[in-house]
Design a protein around this ligand. Sequence first.
Ligand code: RB5
Length: 146
Amino acid sequence: MTLPDKIAIGADHAGFELKEQLKAYLEGLNIEIHDYGTHSPESVDYPDFAHPVANAIENNTFRFGILICGTANGIAMAANKHQGIRAAIAWKSEIAKMARSHNDANIICLPARFIDEEEAIQCVHTFFTTDFEGGRHERRVDKISC
Ligand code: RB5
């Protein structure tokens, strides 16, 4: 898979700095980034950023998103409340790869307090260049919705 043309991104205060770093990296690759905030390190609530990014994917404005908070747990929990969202937490590129190849994830959730910029870039790059394998994994992904 080639890198997408555009990506939605969002983070809370814990993920703000890493969001800015990833934005700079991805914009350097000529990818259009829609930044749903937060726009400063001031304390905020992670669902306020997870839901807009998830909505934008749910309504097909974007195919893929990146969400970042301290652990990635809160932001993934909020995003996964949305129909059609498969938000996967990744902290190493092998996990990011399998989130796409096995789970057809459409949002990568990064734990800013537990990875550095280089690891985050590796995760994001792997996530966005890996195809869903389909086959037996498609049957399993179809069973996720209830
Ligand atoms: C914020 O302190 C922190 O709770 C948040 O970034 C995230 O880790 C929640 O899951």
